[in-house]
Design a protein around this ligand. Structure first.
Ligand code: ADP
Ligand code: MG
Length: 379
């Protein structure tokens, strides 16, 4: 097939990040091919073309190689080898090299340390002998995290001593882990950028994130940060993007400790949950940035239109029955996004709400009010 017949942007993964990307791409008249082994995934139904296949199925990957002019991924837990295979035929953003680093907590931390970027104190735990040899007096309290395949707090266990560490390591099937010292947090923030093929970087406004049980609960924008911290975060983000030769959309999570140190928590090689506010809160959302980067369009700035608050709707919200989404219609400033997932399992991201207002404080109050109200049973 000649190049001009390649009509799709390929997206590996059809979860909510794939769906929200697809919805933006459609508004831009771009065609998207979604590839996901689960035909019930959120993005399958709305895709211009959908392929149900495993990520190592070369024959099916060849459809992307032949029919897409560019390809991206919406989550990091696919083998970087899938991207490596596609790179032989088409542009893949971010590249397999970047995915390989950012999908593994050890390689990611090694990269950050090599570049003199501050991270949490950590140790690698590869086997039970590493625990025996551990001189751990100043490591606890800590979190044991698998180096691969973790997301939304999965593959993480809090530990306070070597005994708990031993059972946690066994519970995580003795796979390679990092033991991360718990940071006394002042706040968590994140920054998202569209990193263009010509080297341009367009940052979205920094968001301030509140987690519950290690899963994102709320993002507030603008983050309450002084100018010095803002510049430091921007500087670190630029360094990461430059030194990874990053092309695509990137999300970088930061910890700010109670003694005001700025540490990088982790790098997401994709759009980020904390950037969902930008769909309504910015003129150019993170998904519009992604469409622009992948289609090699002119770099465009993302401007905050109004202070914004996003709250995630996890499956837990369905616990008392179907939430009362009708209530949202009473609020002009509120927007509901549901991802079309069938089973509202606990901790599963089912959707989100975004509230924009000229006052951030009002936006927070309204978002929490709506969040409470939708969980009340309809009378
Ligand atoms: P995930 O890939 O699940 O997002 P993270 O490593 O970002 O994993 O952890 C999720 C959340 O758990 C963080 O955003 C933070 O709230 C909390 N957390 C993780 N590691 C630490 C740490 N070392 N100190 C304090 N809080 C942490
Ligand atoms: Mg995280």
């Amino acid at each position: 097939m000649t190049k001009k017949n390649r009509k799709y942007i390929g997206m590996l993964g059809g979860g909510q990040l794939g769906l929200l990307f697809l919805q933006q791409a459609k508004r831009n008249n771009k065609m998207v091919l979604v590839y996901d082994p689960d035909k019930l995934c959120p993005a399958a139904k709305e895709a211009d073309k959908y392929i149900e296949a495993e990520y190592d199925d070369m024959k099916s990957l060849d459809i992307i190689a032949n029919e897409c002019y560019v390809c991206s991924t919406e989550f990091e837990n696919i083998s970087y080898k899938t991207l490596e295979y596609l790179e032989k035929s088409i542009n893949v953003f971010p590249s397999s090299k970047i995915l390989k680093i950012t999908q593994n907590r050890k390689l990611e931390k090694d990269f950050l340390k090599r570049n003199n970027i501050p991270v949490t104190d950590f140790l690698i735990i590869s086997n039970h002998d590493d625990i025996k040899d551990l001189n751990s007096t100043d490591m606890y309290p800590a979190i044991l995290k698998t180096t691969g395949l973790g997301y939304d707090g999965k593959g993480q266990i809090s530990v306070n001593n070597n005994q708990q560490l031993t059972s946690a390591f066994t519970e995580l099937k003795s796979v390679e882990c990092i033991l991360e010292k718990k940071v006394n947090l002042d706040k968590e923030v994140s920054i998202i950028a569209g990193c263009y093929q010509d080297g341009h970087i367009e940052f979205l406004p920094i968001s301030e994130n509140k987690h519950l049980n290690n899963i994102l609960y709320m993002s507030k924008v603008p983050a309450s940060l002084d100018e010095v911290s803002t510049q430091e975060i921007l500087g670190i983000a630029k360094k990461i993007i430059k030194n990874l030769n990053y092309v695509g959309v990137i999300g970088i999570e930061f910890f700010i400790s109670s003694d005001k140190k700025i540490l990088v928590n982790e790098i997401a090689p994709r759009t980020h949950n904390s950037g969902h506010f930008s769909i309504e809160g910015c003129d150019i959302s993170q998904f519009q940035q992604q469409v622009n980067v992948l289609s090699d369009s002119e770099p465009t700035k993302s401007k905050l239109l109004e202070p914004s608050v996003m709250i995630n709707l996890l499956g837990d919200v369905w616990e008392q029955g179907m939430p009362n989404f009708e209530i949202i219609k009473e609020y002009n400033c509120a927007n509901l996004h549901l991802y079309g997932k069938k089973t509202p399992r606990k901790k599963r991201k089912m959707g989100h709400i975004t509230v924009t207002n000229k006052s951030l404080e009002t936006a927070v109050n309204l978002a929490e009010e709506i969040y409470e109200k939708i969980q009340k049973k309809v009378k």
